[in-house]
Design a binder for this molecule. Structure first.
Ligand code: NAD
Ligand code: DAU
Length: 337
């Protein structure tokens, strides 16, 4: 199989590329990536010399570029997205351009090239918050942030292409993913890298919001399973039953690094903060997938990686990173945003 992996220089996409080239010797991979602040060629260093790998710098919204690449490949796996909820609250426009319009451009390119399979990487956030129970694939989509609305918009186009053109698309909805090579704006790498530097860990609100965490290799094996064994036209949840609150993430990171609890700093809550996500992944499990890394083990692996790879993340925590940080985090009592 010749795969076009968009967003392959990002956190999850790069793990998927390393995994695909490592586990499927007959496959070749072209990565198309715009290299936004979250894209990083260092994530692909281990595969750059592989003759089955090629990198193309470009935008998934560029119809000319994606049309040509789609003709060279058999299948598109679309990871490319603006992915951070807090950035979407500040400036939604680029999320709509990439996560909605970009998805449209890829669907058109794949349709024109006659692809027999397409995989859209989506998120549990499209279901909106779930107070009790676990989201199933048949549940309605009720996104509540500009990020999740953009991801749901991309999914709506996928559904329309299925219904209108019989387009053979599969959607995966993954839960909150952590591990190595994750840009340090998301809770786990942010808390680990701040704690290493004895900086405060900013916890939104009272820290009780829950996310369903999954280790990055488990998420990628789930996507791979859906791509190869899944049925076109179907959606698959990818979650590991790893429900943890924000304050418990902070406590676990501080414990693993041997740091004091007073590094915890409660800050103004995220507007519209979804209280809880949780996935029912029995549909994917029925294909033979199951997660291998529990939260405690995965967090230990992640902490060890960020301790051992400071040359990877230290350059990322500079200029633009701190500009956004200062705009985003406000004291608990402040009404300003
Ligand atoms: P990321 O932000 O680390 O990486 C995104 C990648 O997409 C970057 O390499 C970036 O340069 C690239 N990109 C952005 N806009 C582009 C464009 N217009 N054209 C081409 N490339 C572009 O994101 P991630 O955490 O690896 O997430 C990957 C995918 O998985 C996204 O679609 C996200 O919605 C989805 N997802 C993420 C999680 C999570 O917890 N991180 C969970 C479920 C689903
Ligand atoms: O669930 C899947 C989603 O997980 C993906 O679709 C998104 O791309 C990914 O960014 C992630 O979204 P979240 O909003 O859940 O992740 P984030 O790391 O931003 O926040 C996780 C939880 O931690 C959430 O309840 C907010 C809280 N949080 C986050 C940050 C960054 C804090 O308390 N402090 C913080 O500094």
């Amino acid at each position: 199989m010749r795969l076009l992996v968009t967003g392959g220089a990002g956190f999850i996409g790069s793990e998927f590329v390393r995994m695909t080239l490592g586990e499927h010797p007959e496959d070749a991979v072209v990565v198309l990536d715009k290299l936004t602040y979250a894209g990083n060629l260092r994530n692909l260093e281990s595969v750059r010399a592989d003759a089955r790998f090629r990198f193309v710098h470009g935008d998934i919204g560029d119809a000319g570029a994606v049309g040509g690449l789609a003709r060279e490949c058999d299948v598109i796996v679309n990871f490319a997205a603006e992915s951070h909820v807090d950035r979407s609250l500040e400036a939604p426009g680029q999320f709509i351009l990439t996560d909605v319009y970009g998805t449209y451009a890829l669907l058109e390119a794949a349709r024109a090239a006659g692809h027999e399979r397409f995989l859209q990487v989506s998120t549990d956030e499209v279901y909106g918050e779930v107070a009790v129970g676990r989201s199933q694939e048949v549940d309605p989509l009720r996104p509540r942030s500009p990020y999740s609305a953009s991801k749901a918009g991309g999914e709506m186009l996928v559904q329309a292409y299925r219904a209108s053109y019989g387009f053979p698309a599969i959607v995966t909805r993954g839960s909150n993913t952590y591990g190595w090579y994750q840009y340090p704006e998301k809770i786990i790498p942010l808390f680990i890298t701040n704690a290493i530097d004895d900086e405060p860990l900013p916890i939104y609100g009272d820290g009780s919001a829950v996310r369903d965490y999954i280790f990055v290799s488990d998420h990628c094996r789930g996507i791979d399973m859906a791509l190869r064994q899944g049925t076109p036209g179907e959606d698959y949840n990818v979650g590991a039953r790893g429900e943890v609150s924000g304050v418990n993430v902070a406590d676990a990171v501080l414990r693993l690094l041997g740091k004091a609890a007073d590094l915890k700093q409660f800050v103004r809550d995220r507007p519209g903060h979804d209280r809880r996500y949780a996935l029912d992944s029995s549909k994917l499990r029925a294909l033979g997938w199951q997660p291998e890394v529990g939260f405690d083990e995965g967090l230990e692996r992640a902490v060890r990686w960020y301790v051992d790879n400071q040359d990877w993340w230290r350059p990322l925590k500079s200029g633009d990173f701190w500009d956004f940080y200062r705009r985003n985090y406000k004291p608990l009592q402040s009404g300003a945003r």
